[in-house]
Design a protein around this ligand. Structure first.
Ligand SMILES: [Zn+2]
Length: 435
């Protein structure tokens, strides 16, 4: 141990102190530039002023600034790695005051959002999309066959193909038989398919109990088919219960758009043939929803776990920031996997990871019992999912309403008087329209 001056590094005119950092010594001083206190490190202990007057060439300053930004400091990597390995640890530490050790939750959340939504925007990725993949187009003999449209996650828009003009479309994998002839035609067709399946099964099953069950099932299917066919003959579409064959968009009578049977069919076909009208709205609006859900997650968390000691709203905000950042970065990873590998079921793997990770993070952050941590994570997750689902339904309804408005306008045009009014041309002379 030497003298105080030696320990502080200010002997020899402070050269040792000035050598401790990357700032050129000619830009530094042994006394603070702001408050003139003696310097003992790169920053003034009294006022925080950095020991650097920055007086060097602009070129050199730009190079330094660029290296500072791109050389993602070790702190980011440490934060990400610990988020992955010890769920909840970073949030706990940060909320307990270790703020220089970890990247701040707000900064990490903003960076993760920028990466995720930036990638989605630049590559025109659709998180949810109706359509078919290129090279995977269904083959139909004629446009009178039902043309199946599938449902995809995480695809780039230009990888999607849509049904040809005039195709009768149906959502595959679901018995929403919204084919050209309307709801009932699709429903009837799917019932007929099911009846054929049960009849086949009945021939192969030797067991008497199973046969009785299948016979019962066949009976109820046939009854349903008869009802459906009766409905078709009555001419009702979409709504098989009531006789009303119109659907209405909007709740106030003034702005409501009402479509009759024909219009409803047009709407269903129009949207199924060009699902982009729904896809686009879903994908632009859900992004904002995801971004804006953070404060809500904080409040929801506080409903489940409270306490002045380690679970104040502030703790929940810190935790919400980190788990959002983690979820967004993981989502980006899975979007990349979906687009560049043939791995199936990625969405479910993503959800599975979160179902394990989130309770662990709640446990690491709030140190409550396992049961309480699981209930908190799943409770918040469920409310979150319900809100997103509700938003998705509202967004789809809005998109449909816009399409309905276009159809209504079209119908109004067709119903307009057949004899057009005389056309007035520039010199004011009326000219009869030529037929
Ligand atoms: Zn100072």
């Amino acid at each position: 141990m030497g003298t105080v001056e030696e320990v502080l590094g200010v002997v020899d005119g402070g050269e040792r102190l000035l050598d401790q950092d990357n700032v050129p010594n000619s830009n530094q001083s042994t006394a603070c530039f702001s408050c003139e206190e003696p310097m003992v490190g790169l920053y003034c202990y009294a006022c925080g002023n950095k020991n650097d007057d920055y007086r060097r060439s602009i070129f050199r300053l730009i190079v330094e600034m660029f290296t500072n930004i791109t050389a993602l400091d070790s702190r980011v990597w440490r934060t990400l790695w610990t988020l992955l390995r010890k769920p909840g640890q970073v949030a706990r530490d940060y909320a307990d005051g270790a703020r220089t050790r970890w990247t701040s939750p707000v900064r990490l959340f903003l960076a993760a959002s920028l990466l995720l939504f930036g990638y989605i925007g630049l590559t025109d990725t659709q998180m949810i999309a109706f359509g078919n993949l290129q090279g995977d187009e269904p083959t139909v003999e004629s446009l009178d066959d039902r043309y199946p449209v599938k449902f995809h996650w995480f695809v780039q828009r230009d990888k999607l193909v849509f049904p040809p003009e005039g195709a009768k479309v149906v959502l595959s994998g679901q018995q929403i038989g919204a084919a050209g002839a309307g709801w009932n035609a699709g429903h009837t067709a799917s019932l007929q398919d099911s009846i054929a399946d049960v009849e086949d099964a009945l021939e192969e099953v030797p067991n008497a109990g199973a046969r009785a069950e299948l016979t019962e099932r066949l009976k109820s299917l046939r009854q349903e088919l008869a009802d459906s066919q009766a409905d078709m003959n009555n001419g009702s579409v979409l709504d098989t219960e009531a006789n009303s064959s119109t659907i209405k968009f909007g709740n106030s009578d003034e702005n409501a758009i009402e479509l009759d049977e024909d219009g409803t069919n047009q709407l269903v076909q129009r949207v199924l043939r060009n699902p982009q009208v729904v896809n686009n709205q879903l994908n632009t609006k859900l992004k904002w929803m995801m971004f804006l859900m953070l404060p809500l997650t904080m409040l929801l968390g506080a409903i489940f776990i409270r306490g002045r000691d380690k679970a104040m709203l502030y703790d929940h905000l810190v935790h919400a920031g980190y788990i959002h950042a983690f979820s967004f970065l993981l989502l980006l990873t899975f979007i990349l996997l979906a687009q560049f590998t043939p791995m199936p079921g990625l969405l479910w793997i993503y959800i599975g990871i979160l179902l394990v990770y989130l309770p662990m993070s709640a446990k690491g952050m709030f140190s409550r019992s396992n049961i309480k941590s699981i209930m908190t994570a799943y409770g918040v997750g469920m409310v979150y999912s319900f809100i997103m689902l509700f938003a998705a339904i509202m967004i789809i309804a809005t998109a449909l309403r816009e399409e309905a408005a276009a159809i209504e306008a079209n119908q109004a045009m067709i119903e307009a008087p057949a004899t057009p009014a005389p056309i007035t041309i520039a010199d004011g002379e009326d000219v009869e329209p030529t037929p």
